[in-house]
Design a protein around this ligand. Sequence first.
Ligand code: FAD
Length: 317
Amino acid sequence: MSVIDTINSNQGASFSFEVLPPIKGNGTGGLFSTIDKLREFNPRYINITTHRSEYVYKDLGNGLMQRQRVRRRPGTIAIAAAIQNKYNIPVVPHIVCSGNNREDLEYMLLDLQFLGISDLLVLRGDKAKDESSFKPTGDGPVHATDLIDQINRFNDGFFFDGTPIKVPGTPFQYGVACYPEKHEEAANLEADMQVLKKKEEMGAQYAITQLFYDNKKYFDFVEKAKAIGINIPIIPGIKPLNKLTQLTVIPKTFHCDLPEALYKEASQCKTDEEVYQVGIEWTVQQCRELLENGAPSLHFYTANAVDSVCEIAKQLY
Ligand code: FAD
């Protein structure tokens, strides 16, 4: 079943989650044990993130440094296929503009077709760590909408240079990202929401939100989206707090506010274990309220949070 069919099938509070490909050299054991733990909650689909290459400086020991390209977490497409084969659960690899030119992306689409993977999450992707703003790679797309355009042309039976595809495969279906608290680069929330509207008009079937802790922000966003004619399901992206350091790291990294009540409670904790408990309690309440008020399903970010997500899922499902 495709992701959008799952979301529309009205199966109640359906559960899905996002995983990261293993760190280069680590094998698949850790990732599969994560999926083994979360499988008991009947995930409807599993997203797999994509991580661009970064530049690091290697000390050559002779007083010189060498700039080297490193990809810490390669293999998104292969890992998606491995998960699909092993678990027979629909997979949603993230396909990003970041670090890819048009040809790279075209070959990814071909690989995905050969593997029988047709659900994607289409994103611009993060900027390189050593850049102050996002820069496309060669002729690569600048925005998620440019990548959507390439995918739509591929679905219509054309490579990016206009050559017809002799045997077009199953068309890709896709979701996109959205930001209840605005994307960090957007001039304002309204401008950012117009981008989401454009993505829907181009073919996005659903949107998954950036993580957030304040449900009011999500409900306001959904209401505003409806008011400007956005009709696709907007799926809450959820990540429980579980470490003291996250009180500063999460707002900075994901550009979301921690509600005063959550911050107050978590900042009184002395240990990560205490924050872990606060995170679970908050997230269970948060999820219940989301579902009671019409959220189409829940999508969990599991990076460094697998145990909390299991505990929360146990209480919800
Ligand atoms: P875009 O839609 O391109 O938007 C980026 C900015 O440009 C926004 O401010 C938007 O308002 C503006 N904009 C968009 N289109 C236009 C236009 N046509 N003209 C003018 N302005 C425009 N990152 C990764 O690297 N790998 C991942 O696997 C990954 N997974 C994610 C999953 C989810 C659910 C979410 C919410 C985010 C994820 N990210 C991931 C992070 C995401 O790539 C970043 O937030 C990125 O900075 C923006 O991606 P986007 O697709 O929203 O970009």
